[in-house]
Write a protein that binds this ligand. Sequence first.
Ligand code: ADQ
Length: 722
Amino acid sequence: MAPGTTAPALVVLSNRLPITLRADRRGAQAERAPGGLVAALDPALANRGGAWVGWPGGPVPRGFKLGEEFGYRLVPVALSQSEVRRFYLGFANGTLWPLLHSFPTRMELDREEWATYEDVNGRFAAAALAASAGGELFWIHDYQLMRTAPHLRAARPNARIAFFLHVPFPPYDLFRILPWDRELLRGLLACDVIGFHCKGYAQNFLDCVERLLGARVDREAGKVEHGQHTVSVAAFPLGIDCERYMRWASEAPPREAGGERIVLGVDRLDYTKGLPQKIQAFERFLELHAEHREHVVLLQIAEPSRDQVPEYQRLKRQVDELVGRVNGRFATSRWTPIRYLHRSVPPEELAALYRDAEVALVTPLRDGMNLVAKEYVVSQVGEPGVLILSRLAGAAESMHEALRVNPYNIDEVASALHLALTMDVAERSSRMRALHRRERRHDVHAWVERILATVAAPLEPIRPLSSDDFERWLAPSQQEHERLALFLDFDGTLAEIVEHPSQARVGASMRDALGACLRRRDTELAVVSGRGLEGLRKALGMPELVLVGNHGLEIEGPGIERFVHPDTLHFAARLRELARALEQGAEAGVWIEEKGATLTLHYRGAAPRLHAAIAERARKVVRQAGFQARDAICAVEARAPTGWDKGHAVLHVLRARHGPAWSEEVRAVYAGDDDTDEDAFRALQGLGVTFRVGRAERPTLATHRLPDVRAVETLLRWVAER
Ligand code: ADQ
C-alpha cells in the first residue's frame, strides 16, 4: 500500500500494456499509449501504488526497464508467435470479437485456440499474482481476459476483483452458440463486480447466467448468487478525458476560411464499424441531394487494425474500391467527394478535425460504446456541429440528442446527413449543449472512481430466496400440469450433511413441509438416495413416501410395485467378498457400510494424514473386484456396473405410476446436492425442472441452483401452498 493512503494497491490487467515499444539507434523506447483510459488509470495507479499487467506487443529487449517513468510497475506478459496467432488473432479476435458483436457467421471455432486462450489467461493471472503482495484490488479489462479471474480467486480467495467488458455482450440466443459459453460465464463470475457499458449488455449477461448456469439472479438489483458469494453486475458507461479534448480543440490553430464543409468519420478499420455502409450512404446522399455536390466532403480516417487477418484485408480492399467508385462517379476538376486516410492520426490533430467538422458520421453496425462520438461532442468548442450516431452503438443509449440512425438503412443515413447539413443553429446548439454537458459530468475520471468505489465497498448479498423464485420457475409448468411428482435426494438436500451418516436428521420443520406436500392429492413425493432402503426407512419414518435406495437399484412405496434391479442378486455375493477384502488390513477408524446392492467404506474416523492413502487403496481394491469406485465425503463407494443410476430409477417410478406417456399427466421436479444426482438431472433434461443444491461452484446439468437445505424447505412450502 502506498504511504499515506488507505485504499488498497491496484493491479490492472489488460491485453496490451499502455505502451508502444519502438526500437531505434538509441535502443528500445517505450512510449505511453495515447488513450483516455490510460490517462484515467495513471493517477489511480500512481496514488495507490500497484502494477499494470499486459502484453507489450512485442519482445522486450533484455535488460530493458519498462516504464520507469510511469510511477507504477509495468509487468510484461510475453507471448510467443504461436500464442499471438492462437490466443490474440485466433480465439480473442477470430471467435470472441465477432460473437460478442453479434456476427456469428464470422466466428471461427478451434479447440486448440480455446486451449491456448485458457493457458494465456492463466499466465496473465500468474504474472499479476507475482506482482502483488496480497490485499490488492485486481481490475481485469476486456474480452481477451475472460478466464483470468478464476486463477486469481483460487490463489487469493479474499481479493477484490473487478472486470470491465469494453465490447457488447450479446443476447442469450447468440451467446450460447459458443461451445465454451459456460466456461466464460464462470470465468467472469469469479469476480466481485462485472461492469458493462450499457444496461442492455448487463441484462443479456444475467440472462445467460440464469439460463446456462442455473444461477439465481436478481435482475433489478443486478446480482448473481455464485457459490459462496454474490456477484454484482451493472452498467458503468465509459466516458472520455474531456479536459484534454477541450484543450486540444481550443489550442489548435484555426482552420482557413472558405474550405468545403466537412463530414467526418474516424474509425478503426473493422467490419463492426460499418465503413462500406457509410460510404454507400454518402453516395446515396450525393445522389439525392445534388445541391451539396462540390460543397461537402466526407473526410474518413481509418486506422489500420489487425491487418494480418484475411477478413480485415478483404475489408480494406472493399473500402478502397467503394471510395474509388464514389470518387470516380462524382468528382469534378475542383472537388473530390471522399478524402480517405488509411492511417492513425494523433489525438491532438483529431481534436482539431472534430472541432472543424460540421457533422460527425458515426455509424458502426455494432459497438460496445464508441468514444469517437464522445470526443466529437466534447471538441465542439466553436460553432456547434451535428452528431449522427448509429443506434446500434452503446453510446446511443445515453446520447439521445444525436441524430440516431440505423446504419444498415442507407436511405435513412443519407437523409440524416441532409438534415444535419441544413439544421439551423438554434437546434444544433440545443442538441450539442445537452450532449456536451452530459459528457463532462460523466467523464473517464468519474468512471474510474465509480468502478473502484463499487469494488472496494462491501457488497450487499443477493436478496434471500423466497417463494417468488419458485413461482417464477415452476408456475409456468403448473399451467400445463396440475400434478407434480417431486423427487428429493436425502443427505445434503432434506438433511444437513453430518459427520456420520447415522447422525443425519430431517428437521421438524422440514418434516412438517414434507407432510403438507403429502396431504395434497395432486402431489407425489419420492426420496432418492445412495443409502440402502433399510437406512432410508429408519431415517425418514414416513410410510407415505416412495423410497428409492442404493442409487436407484431398489424402489418401494405406496402405489408402486417393489422393484429390485435384476443384477443386484448376481452381484450380491461378490459385493460381500469385496467387503471382506476391504476389511483386511484396514486402518483403525475405517468401517464398511454394507447396503445390500452397494457398499461404502467410511474413513472419517481414521487419522487425517492417512485419508488420501486409504481412499487410494480402497479405489484400487474396488476396481480390481470389478465394481465402480466413487469418492464421497470421507468415503469411497462401490457400485455394481449395472449401468443403472438415479436417472433410470426416476424414469422407472414415473412410468410405473403413469405409464409411458407420464409427461402428459405429471410434471417432474428433482432436487439433489450430490454428483450422482447429475444422472437424474440429465435424464430429466427437457422433461422436468431440476435443482442442484449446495454452494459448491460445480458445473451442473440442473436447470436451477439452490443454496442450501433451507432453500429446499422453501421449495416444499411453495409446492404445499401452490
Ligand atoms: P474501439 O473499437 O477501438 O474500442 P472507439 O471507442 O470508437 O472504438 O475508439 C477508441 C479510440 O480510438 C478513440 O479514442 C478514437 O479516437 C481512437 N481512434 C479511432 N480511429 C482512429 C484513427 N483513425 N486515428 C486515431 N485514433 C483513432 C473498444 C470498443 C468500443 C469502446 C472502446 C472503449 O469497440 O466500443 O468504446 O473500446 O471501451
